[in-house]
Write a protein that binds this ligand. Sequence first.
Ligand SMILES: Cc1cc2nc3c(=O)[nH]c(=O)nc-3n(C[C@H](O)[C@H](O)[C@H](O)COP(=O)(O)O)c2cc1C
Length: 163
Amino acid sequence: MSVTGDHVVEAGEMRRVLGHFATGVTVITGTDGDTPVGFVCQSFTSVSLEPPLVLFCPAHTSTSWPRIRTGGVFSVNVLAADQTELCKRFATSGGDKFADLAWTPTQWGPSLDGVLATVHCDVEQVHVAGDHDVVIGHVRKLVTHGDSGPLLFFKGQFGLSWD
Ligand SMILES: Cc1cc2nc3c(=O)[nH]c(=O)nc-3n(C[C@H](O)[C@H](O)[C@H](O)COP(=O)(O)O)c2cc1C
């Protein structure tokens, strides 16, 4: 067991300890003009049922989020267990992340083929919180695509084999 002191919380320690909280993985997509954009985002959660709200937290270093924000809408693509390579592609800044990729345009953001679910949203609120924004989305359309397992992220690794 390791215990972090009460007063000084280092960024690396935040990352290490918060990594003990297992999550699924999403790709947040949108469009900048006609150009599809997207980035991997773990900090996604449901917020409210009535009205239907979700949130995600993009870092201020994200180059995709300011571009998505200009459109005022976004889509959350929930990744399946076999989409590790797709995840790595969308977790790298720059380049054409959509090259040779199968996806469908929507009035929100691109819907990526092979994902478990898509959550299509309007941007409702954006709050600055430290070095991230907290983006509240108003859910406009929900789609499920299949019953395969989720891509999981835990202690900096994908999948279920973290021993
Ligand atoms: C599993 C995983 C989860 C991530 N979660 C987030 C997140 O919640 N918010 C964020 O801003 N970046 C997150 N990232 C990092 C971004 O995907 C990464 O910085 C990406 O390069 C940003 O691309 P962009 O510059 O095109 O926005 C995550 C990366 C991985 C691999």
